[in-house]
Design a protein around this ligand. Structure first.
Ligand code: PGA
Length: 248
């Protein structure tokens, strides 16, 4: 299976998210052979996007950008896995570097959240990635493997977990697209993990998507900015579908 996902991060109103999802629904139809598309809107739009895609059985999975590990309780401002699932989420992003940097996400909370997501039968998408400084000091691969190991530690079913390798230096407006040789060694190590799939994320664009998909160990792409326009997502999806056919 090849994956193409986007997180809207903190963008889009419900109306904007619904229009985007409607375009995806039209483009994906009954599904694309060997490709699993997913969209992760803000929590406010999870239900809206689910509806605009035609419901929970859509071939496009809907996700949440974060979750709490408890099912309910006095955790002001948080949402739980059952709440996200109730809104239509089938996949939950955990440990994005922006959450690690700004909201105190740690390997310990990533582990708790991964377990909570699996407990409810949803797919955790665990983000891992090294900082520029760690890479420069030669510890990039080890740091990434340690993050992944912390998330998977003691799990009965690691094969239900998706990993997104997202080097911190490659993400967002101030990030730079990686050269294949910079990320290939990390991807090769991650591909040895007994997980459902490894996605690459960080400055993915229409220009580099095909090349990134060809890297050994890459099962898909997790895209931010370059997929926030629905037509751009549809073009990226065509690239992923072509790749899926080529490797079938
Ligand atoms: P970007 O974001 O594609 O805009 O670099 C990727 C991410 O944060 O997952």
């Amino acid at each position: 299976m090849r994956w193409l996902g986007t997180s809207f991060k903190m963008t889009k109103t419900r109306a904007e998210a619904a229009a985007y999802a409607a375009r995806l629904r039209e483009a994906v139809g009954d599904g694309l052979e060997g490709v699993c598309p997913f969209v992760i809107p803000s929590a406010t739009a999870i239900a809206t996007v689910t509806d605009a895609l035609g419901g929970r059985d859509s071939p496009v999975l809907v996700g949440a950008q974060n979750t709490h590990w408890a099912d309910e309780g006095a955790w002001t401002g948080e949402i739980s896995v059952p709440q996200a699932a109730d809104a239509g989420a089938r996949i939950i992003e955990i440990g994005h570097s922006e959450r690690r940097a700004h909201f105190g996400e740690s390997d310990a909370t990533v582990r708790l959240k991964t377990r909570a997501v699996l407990r409810h039968g949803l797919a955790p998408l665990v983000c891992v990635g090294e900082s520029e400084e760690t890479r420069a000091a030669g510890g990039g691969t080890d740091a990434v493997l340690a993050q992944a190991a912390a998330a998977l530690d003691g799990l009965q079913n690691p094969t239900d977990v998706l990993i997104a390798y997202e080097p911190v230096w490659a993400i967002g407006e101030h990030g730079r697209a990686p050269r294949p040789e910079e990320i290939a060694p990390v991807l090769a190590e991650l591909s040895d993990l007994p997980v459902k799939g490894v996605l690459y994320g960080g400055s993915v664009s229409e220009g580099n998507a095909a090349e990134l998909l060809r890297l050994p160990g890459v099962d898909g792409l997790f895209v931010g900015r370059a997929a926030w326009d629905a037509e751009a997502y549809v073009r990226l999806l065509a690239t992923v579908a072509r790749h899926a056919r080529a490797v079938a």
